[in-house]
Design a protein around this ligand. Structure first.
Ligand SMILES: [Mg+2]
Length: 254
């Protein structure tokens, strides 16, 4: 039976230097910044997992990265890819899935004005509060998918402020909010990794391979729905998802 690993990238199989373990052994460059300098690194265990443990499986990235940022990752994906939080699906040859793209095009056209207003509101908050944050709309193949806000001065509490200020706007306009460490994203309701993974399984894996053993890997609460579609989940023990599963949290809900 073939095995497919649907794999979030950032903070799952590599991370920025700030988040690497200090005593974790030699690091290996995993992804480059736009200027060509290394921006993220594999710890030895992460590299071993990909290169040895999972080497016989089809590795399919399921990432919020746009295509350009995905192209700066130092991994080769030969079985397709899911980018832009599920907004873009690539086939084995790196070509966009046209049917998925057409579906997204209609939905994105409706969401674009809302995302632009969210970006303008975020920019207003950033300049009024002199926050060290930057808001960016993420687009690919001519479609605008989502808004991301990052902080550039290790003052992550500033993202909490922006999130709180935009929660009502997001709720009134059906935008989901994902906040994990230095990444605050506002996503239209139709955009999610799980839908793209389900489509990929149905249209790309099943016709070609029949029954496939699937493993989902991810670190964020926002990854959970696509992990649930898979036979097994692989979650970094140091992650937002693992923290959410911790006994303290379970006890708290009883
Ligand atoms: Mg992640």
């Amino acid at each position: 039976m073939a095995t497919a690993v649907f794999m979030d990238l950032d903070d799952t199989v590599f991370q920025t230097m700030r988040k690497c373990r200090k005593d974790g052994g030699p690091l290996k460059a995993a992804a480059m910044a736009a200027d060509g300098s290394p921006s993220s690194y594999f710890e030895p265990g992460q590299y071993h997992l990909l290169e040895r443990v999972l080497s016989a499986a089809m590795l399919i990235p399921v990432t919020a990265r746009d295509l350009e940022a995905l192209g700066r990752v130092r991994l080769t994906f030969k079985h397709g890819a899911i980018a832009d939080y599920g907004g873009v699906i690539l086939d084995r040859d790196g070509r966009p899935d046209q049917s998925w793209h057409d579906r997204m095009a209609t939905l994105c056209a409706d969401a674009r004005p809302i995302l632009m207003e969210a970006r303008d509101r975020a920019d207003g908050l950033i300049s009024a509060g002199r926050l060290a944050c930057r808001a960016r709309l993420i687009s690919d193949l001519g479609l605008c998918f989502y808004l991301v806000i990052k902080n550039y001065n290790s003052r992550l509490e500033e993202l909490d402020e922006i999130k709180a200020a935009l929660t009502d706007f997001a709720g009134n306009n059906s935008l989901q909010i994902n906040l994990n460490d230095n990444n605050l994203s506002f996503l239209p309701g139709f955009l999610n990794k799980a839908r793209a993974v389900a489509y990929f399984m149905e249209t790309r894996l099943k016709p070609r391979h029949g029954r496939v053993l699937t493993i989902g890997m991810g670190d964020s609460l926002g990854d959970f729905k696509f992990l649930k579609l898979c036979d097994f989940m692989l979650i970094p023990s140091r992650s937002q998802l693992a923290d959410d599963f911790s006994p303290q949290n379970s006890c708290g809900r009883q």
